[in-house]
Ligand binder design. Structure first.
Ligand SMILES: [Zn+2]
Length: 279
């Protein structure tokens, strides 16, 4: 069933687990996530970023997901990942996305708050949930996100931001990176605890790829209900393509496509296993 983040994250919060938000950009990645959902019966968030509009249109994403999930009784949200343009957010809602992320993390606090509130007012009228980001997440290796400086989320600002915007989920910056970690991950669970003490709300961890299991579990115990995974899906598929092509330079594209679905599904299932209930 296609849902928004509200019921998904409320259930996850009540039962101490996190829902994986897996980045998709083509048929293979979408099918990989949906096959993992069908096999595990665990909910998932299909996340598509504005960066990938060269790969697929918003309507194509929605139509493909809806077609592939006919008759499926496990919950799936169609979420627009990191988007700075309010115009694209409105187009995604029109196209049938059930959730959107407005990323105003680079804006001054007051401007991020005002614009996020504008998005929330618009989206909620159409039963679409909104994620926003406060603080700034660092860039690691193999990432497709923009360069940025790391700024940890301030707990008091988080409280004010959630209360004044009405966002359904808040992405926090506590030391994870977009992409793969360069060196030892330094994630501040203490900061997450401080944010949770200031405001009790569903929090989102970006940069799930490569985050060690004990850190993921500590984050879930302390309010993270959605974890984003992108880079590892891409890396795993590309690595496999490299092997297949070097073994057989005449390999048919259809075989690569089948393998891409299989590999994407395997990464999704690996992370689903990490996001199980923690107490
Ligand atoms: Zn992100």
């Amino acid at each position: 069933m296609i849902v928004n983040l509200k019921s998904l994250l409320a259930h996850a919060k009540a039962h101490h687990y996190a829902v994986g938000a897996f980045n998709v950009y083509n048929y293979e990645t979408i099918r990989g996530v949906i096959e993992a959902v069908k096999e595990t019966h665990r909910p998932a968030i299909i996340a598509f970023g504005e960066k990938y509009l060269a790969n697929m249109s918003l309507k194509e994403v929605v139509n493909l997901v809806r077609t592939m999930t006919i008759g499926l009784d496990t919950d799936i949200a169609i979420h627009l990942d990191h988007t700075k343009s309010i115009d694209i957010i409105k187009k995604a809602i029109d196209a049938g996305f059930t959730s959107v992320m407005f990323d105003g993390s680079e804006l001054p606090f007051e401007e991020n708050l005002a614009k996020t509130r504008e998005v929330v007012e618009f989206a909620h009228r159409q039963n679409v949930t909104v994620e926003a980001e406060l603080g700034s997440i660092q860039l690691g290796g193999h990432s497709n996100e923009d360069e940025s400086h790391e700024i940890y989320t301030d707990p008091q600002q988080a409280k004010q931001f959630v209360l004044e915007t009405g966002v359904d989920a808040l992405a926090v910056s506590i030391g994870t990176v977009h992409g793969m970690y360069k060196g030892e991950p330094k994630v501040s669970v203490e900061r997450l605890i401080e944010i949770g003490q200031a405001i009790d709300h569903p929090f989102v961890l970006h940069g799930g790829s490569g985050t060690p299991l004990p850190i993921i579990h500590a984050c879930i115990q302390n309010g993270i209900t959605k974890v984003n995974v992108n880079t590892e899906i891409s890396m795993t598929v590309v690595e496999e393509f490299g092997k297949m092509i070097s073994k057989n330079p005449e390999v048919h594209f259809s075989q690569l496509s089948v393998k891409a679905v299989e590999k994407a599904k395997a990464v999704v299932m690996k992370y689903m296993d990490m996001f199980v209930p923690v107490r």
